[in-house]
Structure formats: C-alpha cells, structure tokens
Design a protein around this ligand. Structure first.
Ligand code: ZN
Ligand code: ZN
Length: 299
C-alpha cells in the first residue's frame, strides 16, 4: 500500500561523455562542473584490449566522488575495438576477454549500464554474426553474477556493422538466454542515419511505436543524444552539435518532453567535445523543455 502511494520523483537526466584522463573520478568532477545529472565514460583508453585491473583506491575515489556529486546515472561505453561478431577467431576471443573485463569493472564501480556496439560481420552473413553475438553475450553473462546490464547500441549501418535496424537488435535479444541482463541504448544520430525519420511529431510517434513493437520500450535504458551531419538513411555515422545538423531541434523537443523517457539517462556525444560545448548543448536542450515538463522535473 505504502509503495503504491509513493509518488516517483523525476529529474532531468542529462549529461555528456566525459574524459577519464588523470583518473576515473575526473569524469564525475568534470560532469559536475557543467551541471550534468548523467554522464558516460570509458574505463580505459577506447583503443585498449585485454584485462585492466583497477585498484581498491581507484574504486573508492570513484565512489566517493560520485556520492558527493549531483550525478545520478553513469553509463560506461565499451572500448571501440571490441567486435564479438567478428568471424576472425582471434579477434572474437580478444573481444570476449575485453568485454568480460569491462563488465567486471562496471560491477566493481557500481555502474548499472555498459554500452556495447553489437559488432561488424565483415565477410560473414548478418544471421551468422547475430547468432555469434548472442552466443558470446550469453557466455559472458552466464559467468558473471552482478546486475550490470549490457546495452546494445543502435548503429548507423556504416560498412558491415550490424544493429542498424530494430529487427537486428531484436534478433540479438531473441537468440539470447540471458535477456534480463540486456538492454538497448538508442543513439539519435545513428537511427536517423540508418533511415528512421523522427523529425515531425507524427514520425517521432511512429518511430517510437515501431521500437516498442519490435524491441519493446521496456528494454530502452539509455540514449545517446546527437544531431547528425549526414542525411536520413545515409548510413554514415557523423555526429553534430544539437540543432546544427540534419535532425535540427524538433526531434530533441519530442524526446525531452516525452514522459516515457524522463527516467532514462541521456548522454551527449557531440563532436566538439569540450566542456564548454557540452554545457552549451545542454543549455539548448533545456530551452526545449515545455513548462509542464519543467514542472514535472522540478526545474
Ligand atoms: Zn557508441
Ligand atoms: Zn556515432
């Protein structure tokens, strides 16, 4: 009874991808400096393979910085090298070891979400690639006991990258036994480049409906908020500052005033990438919030 009567408080969960140069906790300190309530970070150089061990000291510095900040959600992004869909056995093995280690680090840091690019099929078929991705994900999740979820990112469809249609993402889920530890990170630039138009309100509602029908909105756990330098359906992954690209401001107005997504962390990965530019983009987004949204979010 008591639980039901509790009114859930929503907050604007907005921030950007922060650098860990000089220490993992610096991502939190930088995010705090520009008013983020959610951030993303790598836990290693984004071009680093293999096992990385973090010390107890690093873990406690990170956790205390987090506790002393206004940051609610932290999402880790995997190293870009990982390709668990690779038909090359050596690459696949290295990818699996690296991903396993990334998951372990997230658990040590108390991070709920680890974002993964599903993979590139290279010379194999889409079906083979997807089956392999699901099999490796299952092997990793079966051997790990924490509750960190791996979020499959929606991709732009450049080259032989898989995961640029909602159906392909759903297929990865379908082939997995450990679905409970999987989720999705929707990247606005990527889905637009992949051919999903959501600029008008009508098209936005249709796109969300399609996502719900194919993948299920309950699986949507994070968003990457980027404008796109390239046209609808270009399959080219080039991020742009919010409002300066082919998406323009309207799609972000739809997303940020949509109460279905208030509790999902929304992370900028805009290309200028300075704290100043992120702060500016966050300001642009705050300017899109309706009075009603602001009231719900306590702003
Ligand atoms: Zn990504
Ligand atoms: Zn991208």
């Amino acid at each position: 009874m008591e639980k039901e009567s509790k009114v859930k408080k929503h907050q604007l969960l907005l921030g950007a991808h922060m650098s860990i140069a000089g220490g993992l906790e610096n991502a939190i300190l930088s995010g705090q400096e520009i008013g983020c309530t959610a951030i993303a970070m790598f836990t290693r150089s984004n071009r680093q393979w293999g096992i990385k061990n973090i010390t107890m000291q690093e873990i406690s510095s990170f956790k205390s910085a987090w506790k002393n900040s206004d940051i609610i959600d932290i999402v880790v992004h995997c190293s870009y090298l990982i390709n668990i869909g690779s038909p090359n056995a050596a690459t696949c093995k290295k990818s699996k070891i690296t991903l396993e280690n990334e998951l372990k680090i997230c658990q040590e840091l108390g991070i709920k979400y680890l974002v993964l690019h599903p993979g590139s099929r290279l010379e194999s078929s889409i079906e083979e690639c997807i089956e392999q991705i699901s099999r490796i994900l299952d092997e990793i999740l079966e051997n790990s006991s924490g509750d960190t979820k791996i979020l499959i990112e929606t991709m732009a469809g450049q080259g032989t990258v898989v995961g640029h249609t909602f159906e392909q993402i759903a297929s990865i889920f379908d082939h997995c036994k450990n679905k409970k530890r999987l989720g999705v990170c929707l990247d606005t630039c990527h889905i637009f480049a992949a051919g999903y138009d959501f600029r008008s309100k009508k098209n936005y509602e249709n796109m969300i409906q399609e996502f719900d029908n194919v993948i299920g909105l309950k699986n949507l756990k994070a968003m990457h908020i980027n404008d796109s330098k390239k046209e609808l359906g270009s399959k080219v992954d080039r991020h742009e500052e919010i409002g300066d690209g082919k998406l323009g401001l309207e799609p972000f107005r739809h997303i940020f005033n949509d109460e279905r997504f208030f509790d999902i962390p929304k992370i900028l990965e805009t290309p200028v990438g300075t704290l100043e530019s992120y702060a500016h983009n966050m300001q642009v987004i705050r300017g899109l919030l309706t009075p009603e949204t602001k009231k719900i979010l306590g702003l």
